[in-house]
Design a protein around this ligand. Structure first.
Ligand SMILES: NC(=O)c1ccc[n+]([C@@H]2O[C@H](COP(=O)([O-])OP(=O)(O)OC[C@H]3O[C@@H](n4cnc5c(N)ncnc54)[C@H](OP(=O)(O)O)[C@@H]3O)[C@@H](O)[C@H]2O)c1
Length: 209
């Protein structure tokens, strides 16, 4: 699959690398692609870097792993190219770093996912990879026994199925929580967020099958 990854930092770099190692074609979208040269050389030609627009235009599915405060500008840049593609959203507001846009998202009663959904209303949005620290993703991917749980929520059935496959390919246990309105159940401040729970532990905490 051709995956565009917006951001190649702790989360984007880690998950993108895991997908490249699983055989996917990964295209990182960043402001400074030249800085990724040494990282890409370790991925055997499975990954490239360019602008955010390049990454989205050539992708079947996109993972967003940018600072939350960057969303208004990035959404304006990629919105037309993204269209109704599947968007996996790992971004989380982190106050005070993410300013008024982050604060407003955290104050929403319906969950932070909808702050992004409003910017990109045509995209098939799935919250994914938003709850687990990058160090855990990096060190625990494909581990033996119960894998780390990745809660997922989205309204489009096929988009959620794609997210399930990609979370599994990256070496984790996908946990489908429900439609996008349920993503608030794993937002910052919930028991699941930043807990390092395994898939079975996430299912038990959220009461999902
Ligand atoms: N770190 C974690 O453990 C963790 C866990 C769960 C969720 N998250 C969320 O995932 C997102 C990414 O976090 P991270 O820790 O991976 O961040 P990071 O290490 O700072 O990486 C951010 C990446 O975004 C790129 N970027 C693209 N457009 C940008 C813009 N307009 N402004 C700034 N950077 C831009 C940066 O590259 P250029 O500077 O070259 O553009 C960089 O590659 C955040 O929303 C965070 O809350 C993080």
């Amino acid at each position: 699959m051709r995956i565009g990854v917006l951001g190649a930092g702790m989360i984007g770099g880690t998950v993108g690398r895991l997908w490249a190692q699983a055989g996917h074609e990964v295209s990182f979208g960043v402001r400074h692609p030249e800085r990724l040269r040494s990282m890409l050389s370790g991925l055997g030609g499975k990954a490239t870097a360019g602008s955010a627009l390049d990454a989205v235009a050539g992708a079947d599915v996109v993972l967003a792993a940018i600072p939350f405060r960057a969303w208004p500008g990035v959404a304006a840049e990629i919105g037309a190219a993204l269209g109704d593609k599947v968007l996996l959203d790992a971004t989380v507001p982190d106050p005070p770093r993410d300013g008024a846009f982050g604060d407003a998202a955290l104050a929403r009663k319906d969950g932070v996912a909808f702050a992004v959904a409003l910017l990109l209303p045509r995209a098939k949005l799935v919250r994914a990879f938003s709850t687990v620290m990058w160090t855990t993703l990096q060190s625990q991917a494909h581990r033996a026994g119960d894998r780390i749980g990745i809660p997922l929520a989205g309204d489009d059935e096929e988009a959620v199925a794609l997210a399930v496959r990609l979370a599994s390919d990256a070496g984790f246990d996908p946990v489908v929580v429900g439609p996008l309105s349920q993503a608030r159940r794993f937002d910052p401040g919930t028991a699941v967020f930043d807990s390092g729970m395994s898939g079975p532990q996430v299912r038990a905490a959220l009461g999902v099958a």
